[in-house]
Design a protein around this ligand. Structure first.
Ligand code: FES
Ligand SMILES: [Fe+2]
Length: 404
């Protein structure tokens, strides 16, 4: 864990809070409104971003034990994540090498996967270990007929995969050092509580909201936002941005005052206090802390839908410690509130935004100097659309060096 950088960011947020200031981007960014409505561009985004970038497909907590697996759809690609006997996570195209149907559904624990069509069998490492009625079937080279593997990396209690078996992109370089900050959560030992999926507008309209504190006291006035300031500090590491509020009080359960912290050496600052705010992971993840019942995080995982104006967000709720009878209800209530807030307030507004932009009469939208996170995000989306496969690694490598 890069504790020094976490402390630096926290000091920065406290100092800005004390001074009543924030850092502003150099200019207002004007973005063409059709980035949210253009179907042709949408297909390119899916191909050049979601099929090329590492995607955080599951937290470690969702498949913590050997034999645990998760089958899922990721941008139209059926994916199977498994944890082997060796404890390693692997990712495969969830498609039987006989005639292509999926070999697993949902989540569970299994030592092997028997295809439900004709019964070919694969082990957790993706190897084909059984061909039904082999003598009748005829000669095939089983060594070549394992499930197709995707590049995968598990770090900071999170699992990334690239949905391109031939990708040469270095996932570590892509992470740009941000993973060493995310390690501050210690997510590898957290518990998976619940998940659900919500429908929303274009994936960028949905994602913009996670990078934006400007809307909190307005859009969320009726739920949690009425007295929340609309200022934010943005810390970007490569394409990934952490959003934090400039404040003299750290938002922990009992609130931790700057005056109290200043008395103590930074070595005594609790790591928990350094992890507040929203941690976005490009291109489609947001992690935020909540204290209903006990400390938890909601991981929001966004995927573009079939159409340009559609996205799906899986909300996964993790709790730091095992639940007790006393805390379970608090978590339930917190997670229920977050469903309401995101579905009705954020995505309700986003769907109306989508509809208005779909009318095609809005030429531009704007990201203010106070909305630096959105500015960085849209800059990266464009950069990736403009970058060829050959140049992909060079896009991230220099950032990694700077972060080390
Ligand atoms: S498609 Fe899987 S065994 Fe035939
Ligand atoms: Fe919101």
């Amino acid at each position: 864990m890069d504790r020094a950088t976490l402390i630096e960011m926290t000091k920065d947020a406290l100092e800005h809070g004390k001074a009543g200031t924030m850092r502003l981007a150099p200019e207002v960014l004007k973005v063409k409104a059709d980035i949210y409505t253009d179907a042709e561009r949408f297909e390119r985004e899916k191909k050049l971003i979601f099929r090329r970038m590492p995607l955080m497909l599951a937290p470690t907590a969702e498949l913590p034990n050997p034999g645990d697996y998760k089958a899922m759809d990721a941008v139209g690609v059926p994916v199977l994540l498994t944890r082997g006997k060796d404890g390693k996570v692997r990712a495969f195209l969830n498609s039987c090498t006989h005639r292509g149907t999926a070999v697993a559904q949902g989540t569970g624990n299994a030592s092997r996967f028997i295809c439900g069509y004709h019964g070919w069998t694969f082990n957790r490492d993706g190897e084909l270990i059984g061909v039904a009625s082999r003598d009748d079937f005829g000669e095939v080279n089983t060594d070549e007929l394992g499930l197709k593997p995707f590049p995968v990396l598990e770090k900071a209690g999170l699992i990334w995969a690239i949905l391109d078996p031939n990708s040469t992109l270095d996932i570590n370089a892509f992470l740009s050092g941000y993973d060493t900050l995310l390690e501050g959560f210690g997510l590898e030992s957290w518990q998976f509580f619940q998940s659900r999926t919500l429908k929303g507008p274009n994936w960028k309209i949905a994602y913009d909201g996670y990078l934006d504190f400007y809307h909190l006291p307005v859009l969320h006035a009726d739920t949690f936002g009425r007295n929340i300031p609309n200022r934010a500090l943005f810390y970007s590491f490569g394409p990934h941005t952490r959003v934090s509020a400039p404040s003299t009080v750290l938002p922990m359960p009992e609130g931790l005052d700057l005056a109290d912290l200043a008395q103590k050496d930074t070595s005594e600052w609790p790591t928990e206090a350094l992890m507040n705010g929203v941690w976005t992971i490009f291109p489609h993840i947001s992690i935020a802390t909540f204290y209903g019942g006990q400390r938890g995080v909601m991981i929001s995982q966004l995927f573009p839908g079939d159409k340009v104006g559609e996205s799906f967000t899986t909300q996964m709720y993790l709790s730091e410690k095992p639940l007790t009878d006393a805390t379970r209800q608090g978590l339930e209530d917190q997670f229920k509130l977050l469903e309401y807030v995101v579905q009705h307030e954020d995505y309700g507004t986003g769907l109306r935004q989508q509809k208005a932009l779909d009318a095609g009469m809005t030429e531009h939208v704007y990201f203010g100097r106070n909305e630096g996170g959105g500015q960085v995000f849209h800059g990266w989306v464009q950069k990736l659309l403009d970058t060829s496969n050959d140049d992909l690694n060079s896009l991230f490598a220099p950032v990694r060096q700077a972060a080390e």
